[in-house]
Design a protein around this ligand. Structure first.
Ligand SMILES: Nc1nc2c(c(=O)[nH]1)N[C@H]1C(S)=C(S)[C@@H](COP(=O)(O)OP(=O)(O)OC[C@H]3O[C@@H](n4cnc5c(N)ncnc54)[C@H](O)[C@@H]3O)O[C@H]1N2
Ligand code: MOO
Length: 486
């Protein structure tokens, strides 16, 4: 197992560790479990410890996911809303596992003359096979009642027996197992009905991501459609009069780096992005956009601090929104916030500095979306750091890192306003206050583009149950990105 104290490398420790990490301290359990009373407006601790902020975000939307039944073809990339039970036995009849002959009893076996192709897959129930007889059979065909075994074609030979002739004068065909063949033992090469599952057997739990293999299993088990969790709908509101949508920075204005980044990143986290709008810095426009949004989650960028045109807090206050997280003890991104703007409607306020926005996306939006999308919590990934990771005196730091063999190395250009480091990163290291020494294990937040082919999948091969990554991946069906909300 990979949970032993001596195991090194990039790995997922046992889930028990996850729960310990989210252990609540007295007075800080607000929002940590479903069905707990909501916090009173304005009582969110400020700033909130990073792990607590993640826990609050994960728990805030418990039970808010919506079930939708979809045709199989439209279910890829979603998550099962309910357990999947077999609608049939699998196989649903005793099936030949090989091309050859169905046999009854010990050989040699009498064959019907005429060289018929015998029993083919997809045909109705064949007549019973009398003792001492054989009949040609194809892989996947129903074996007739009375069959004791299937003999593979390469293990048998058809020939006459002495001078025996049929009424037409032709040699009577008999089937002989090849000399030394031990391939006629009872049950040989027969897949018995119900070998894989019985009707009603549980196949997959709720929360299972619908992968191509799940689609195949569901089809085999009799499903035409699946109960799935509707992907959470997210609207992105990009704030800032200084932002340009194209071209080179000019006249003190800069390119919007977050609009192009957030749409696909949110989709990779399992969301359906209904649109990205640029609102500038007008409080009335922001108010109307947030209040009028029908999205499950509104993600705003910028405006979280207390500058002259930072309107997010006043707008949320005017709306009577409930601040679940108002500032997090994390660098970068400490002004990030999470609010409930209406029942089952949330707003994640990402700071404007681009790496701070990434930090907030992973700290607040990702766990909330994971819950809304019906996905089970993901065991954290840990890895030893190749170098010392400098820490903040009192806050958690999130540092872009690259996987190198079985370690992670911190990357340059990791300032709050920079994206150069994270653009080549495999994950963000979670550096506790005070920092870590070279060789210390740190938690890693994976980035969705390193879901496959990374050392993660190799390291977690010791335990297949933990081989899934936290990201939802890039395989979701195309979205209506850019569409204005209706
Ligand atoms: N007096 C204080 N000032 C600031 C504090 C503080 O604690 N006290 N915190 C700083 C930190 S940390 C951050 S992060 C920012 C957060 O600011 P806002 O969320 O209000 O963001 P803005 O002021 O709108 O923008 C900050 C910065 O980011 C640039 N930006 C904004 N949007 C985008 C975008 N879509 N693409 C690229 N760059 C963007 C914007 O031009 C600013 O340079 O507050 C600090 N101030
Ligand atoms: O959150 Mo800010 O970007 O740390 O500087």
């Amino acid at each position: 197992m990979d949970g032993g104290g001596t195991t090194r490398g990039i790995r997922r420790p046992p889930a028990r560790g996850t729960r310990q990490r989210f252990t609540r301290r007295p007075g800080e359990d607000r929002g940590m479990t479903a069905h707990q009373p909501d916090p009173a407006p304005g009582t969110a601790p400020s700033p909130c410890a990073w792990q607590d902020a993640r826990g609050i975000a994960a728990a805030a939307a418990k039970g808010a996911g919506t079930q939708v039944v979809r045709p199989l073809a439209d279910s890829l990339g979603t998550v099962l809303a309910t357990p999947l039970e077999a609608l049939t036995d699998l196989p649903s009849f005793d099936t030949s596992a090989m091309d050859g002959w169905a046999l009854s009893g010990p050989g040699p076996w009498r064959l019907d003359p005429g060289g018929s192709p015998g029993i083919l897959a997809g045909r109705a129930a064949p007549p019973p096979l009398p003792d001492g007889h054989a009949v040609p059979i194809a892989t996947g065909a129903r074996v007739p009642a009375g069959t004791t075994a299937v003999l593979r074609r390469e293990h048998g030979e058809v020939r006459g027996r002495g001078l025996e002739r049929d009424p037409g004068g032709e040699p009577v065909p008999w089937l002989y197992a090849n000399a030394g063949s031990r391939c006629t033992a009872p049950g040989q090469d027969i897949r018995p009905r119900g070998q894989e599952c019985r009707s009603g057997d549980p196949l997959l739990p709720a929360g299972t991501p619908v992968t191509p293999a799940v689609l195949g299993l569901a089809a085999a088990a009799g499903y035409d459609e699946l109960p799935t969790v509707r992907p959470p709908r997210v609207e992105v509101l990009v704030l800032g009069d200084e932002l340009l949508a194209s071209g080179l920075p000019r006249d003190g204005r800069i390119r919007d780096a977050l609009g192009p980044m957030l749409d696909p990143w949110l989709r990779a986290l399992g969301a359906e992005v209904t649109g990205t709008r640029h609102l500038g810095d007008r409080p009335g426009v922001l108010h109307d956009a947030v209040a009028g949004s029908t999205a499950d989650l509104v993600v705003t960028t910028g405006g979280t601090a207390s500058g002259p045109v930072d309107h997010l807090h006043p707008v949320l206050h005017r709306m009577g929104a409930e601040l679940l997280v108002d500032g997090v003890a994390v660098r970068p991104g400490h002004p990030m916030l999470l609010a409930r703007t209406a029942p089952a409607r949330y707003l994640a306020g990402l700071p404007g500095n681009p790496l701070a926005a990434v930090s907030a996306l992973l700290t607040l939006a990702a766990p909330l979306l994971r819950t809304l999308a019906g996905r089970a919590p993901c065991a954290p990934l840990v890895a030893p750091a190749a170098l010392r990771l400098d820490g903040h005196p009192s806050d958690t730091r999130l540092v872009p890192v690259a996987f190198r063999e079985e370690e992670v190395v911190p990357l340059r250009f990791a300032g709050p306003a920079m994206l150069r480091g994270v653009a080549i990163a495999d994950g963000l290291a979670v550096v506790p206050p005070g920092g870590t020494e070279a060789g210390d294990e740190v938690e890693i937040l994976e980035l969705p583009w390193h879901e496959t082919g990374s050392p993660v999948s190799r390291a977690s091969g010791q335990d297949g149950s933990r081989a899934q990554t936290c990201a939802a991946g890039w395989a979701r069906p195309p979205t209506r990105s850019g569409r204005q909300p209706g």
